[in-house]
Design a protein around this ligand. Structure first.
Ligand code: HEC
Length: 213
């Protein structure tokens, strides 16, 4: 046998002994989990989210450690890009949104209309139907199917009230605020208005409806 072979055999013998000694430790207690090679991996510190990690320092005082999780945001701060919605989820808020809330004019573009159609297909058409007649496959299963966008009630609904109902939901329709951003809600409304007024004239219809409120 060459030198290399002897080396391999002796290494195997060492590993064998180590393995046997581990097994013998284990066999003393049938409930023993055995040897833990990396206890840190099994017993990681449990960190609470938004709490920070509190550790008792050497002098016995509670201190916050460098191992921190997210902290609660400072009171009054809002996430970057977030727009607060000022109308309350009640009848007065609904009425006020109908009166004062309007689509920012810069959003009224062909590209946004196309995007609105895609979003409508993802989040609304299964209830409201692809043409907005309230005949989507899920809408048909509801105790009361959604009203048609082309019916007299929704034809006269100001865009602010549409936005409000998408934001908070209405009766059987849940809130869609977490699914579609404020800008996306307007894009969808552009598409609903297109369904309602295939030949345009959205702005005139909306201001007439608003004037009536
Ligand atoms: C689970 C089915 C369902 C989904 C999904 C749904 N709706 Fe509705 N929607 C309804 C029903 C039902 C009503 C009728 C609510 C009522 O007036 O009682 C309604 C009403 C509305 C109204 C009229 C609100 C008003 O103030 O009278 C608008 C506008 C509307 N939906 C838009 C949308 C848009 C946009 C989406 C997608 C982002 C959507 N809906 C998703 C079921 C749904």
């Amino acid at each position: 046998m060459n030198k290399k072979g002897t080396k391999i055999i002796s290494l195997m013998a060492v590993f064998g002994c180590v393995a046997i000694s581990f097994t013998s430790c284990e066999s003393k207690d049938p409930n023993s989990p055995g040897v833990e090679f990396m206890p840190d991996m099994y017993r990681s510190p449990s960190l609470e989210s938004n709490m920070g990690y509190v550790r008792i320092s050497e002098n016995g005082k509670l201190t916050t450690d460098t191992l921190q999780t997210n902290r609660l945001p400072v009171a009054g701060t809002i996430p970057r890009g977030f727009m607060p919605y000022p109308y309350a989820n009640d009848t007065a808020g609904y009425a006020a949104a109908g009166k004062y809330l309007h689509m920012p004019a810069k959003l009224n573009t062909a590209a946004n209309l196309a995007e609105g159609e895609v979003l409508y297909g993802k989040y609304c058409s299964h209830c409201h139907g692809t043409s907005g007649l309230g005949d989507g496959p899920v809408g048909a299963k509801l105790p009361g199917p959604p009203p048609s966008y082309l019916g007299p009630v929704l034809m006269a609904l100001p865009e602010g009230k549409m936005f409000h109902s998408i934001t908070y939901g209405k009766n059987l329709m849940g809130s869609h605020a977490s699914q579609v951003s404020q800008e996306e809600r307007w894009k969808i409304i552009l598409f609903i208005q297109k369904l309602q007024h295939p030949n345009g004239a959205v702005a005139a219809a909306d201001s007439a409806a608003t004037a009536k409120k």
